[in-house]
Design a protein. Structure first.
Length: 299
């Protein structure tokens, strides 16, 4: 079975099979497509952005040629929710992939993220906050054990925040202050259901959290989680670099440099808003939630 995730920053394909009720990965492909950068002022995807996405879908389609429709789940998220010409892109993308691609709602994305995160955690009675900072949206979910209880999706993310507040790649204290305040303003309603007294452990999923954990671990910080001190240290390092183009840090992939400013500002805003002192790195995410649904459907 296979899951395809058309995110705003990266497209991902995960392939594997069910073994004793668990998913065992056999292959994983990821391409940094940056579809979220391709939305113009009229919320139209540019031809260049669509062609890049279509090329990726053609490559994924080659890998999935022998799969049955019941074994593949493909979804698109925030960028395609926003794009006014989404149908043009998705019709061609689905044909190239060989499977129908569904644009899911923010709530459905949040449900799948929570499901994907908790499948890799012990089934214990624990109040969990799950955070997923994507390219153009951030999902917040509070649940107990394997059961999500409240969730929301907000139009804040590493790609869109970098475009808005670090458009030329300049990493200044003023830009970070404005970006963090703007993120807090959009995310403030989340305090109503995921304030600090409504969960026991916070987990972070997907690109921004993984990128920050990798950079901090390469610099000697404890692996597997984030702290406010670590985020402060990273901010200082980015300010010293002055520009995303000048960044040279162990653990920071080339494709992350242009969007690290936006991602870090959203992450810092969430730490401040929700009074987070420690964020655990989650091993699962959206595509794993898709795979859990496939496993149930194919029993």
């Amino acid at each position: 079975m296979a899951a395809v995730d058309l995110g705003s920053n990266s497209f991902r394909l995960e392939i594997g099979h069910a073994a004793a009720g668990q998913f065992a990965r056999s292959d994983y492909l990821k391409e940094t497509v940056r579809l979220g950068n391709g939305l113009d002022n009229q919320s139209q995807l540019t031809r260049q952005a669509m062609r890049k996405g279509w090329d990726c879908m053609a490559r994924f389609g080659e890998r999935l040629r022998a799969f049955s429709p019941q074994a593949v789940s493909a979804v698109a998220t925030q960028t395609l929710r926003e794009a006014r010409n989404r149908d043009e892109f998705l019709n061609q993308a689905s044909e190239l992939l060989g499977f129908q691609i569904e644009t899911i709602s923010g709530d459905e994305e949040a449900r799948l993220i929570y499901q994907g995160v908790v499948q890799a955690l012990p089934d214990v009675d624990e109040r969990r906050l799950v955070i997923d900072i994507g390219g153009r949206s951030t999902e917040l979910i509070v649940g107990n054990g394997v059961r999500p209880q409240q969730m929301a999706s907000y139009p804040v993310g590493s790609v869109v925040w970098s475009m808005l507040y670090f458009p030329d790649g300049d990493l200044t204290a003023a830009a970070f202050a404005v970006a963090e305040d703007a993120a807090k303003a959009v995310l403030a309603p989340a305090c109503g259901f995921c304030g600090p007294h409504q969960w026991d452990v916070a987990y972070g999923s997907a690109g921004t959290v993984n990128a920050v954990v990798d950079v901090l671990a390469a610099a000697g910080w404890p692996a597997g989680h984030l702290s406010q001190e670590g985020l402060d240290w990273l901010l200082d390092k980015l300010l010293l670099a002055h520009s995303a183009g000048q960044l040279s840090m162990m653990g920071l992939r080339e494709d992350r440099k242009a969007i690290i400013g936006g991602g870090l500002s959203v992450l810092r805003a969430l730490f401040a808003l929700l009074d987070i002192t420690r964020l655990e790195q989650a091993q699962g995410g959206l595509r794993h939630g898709l795979l859990m649904d496939l496993m149930r459907d194919n029993v």
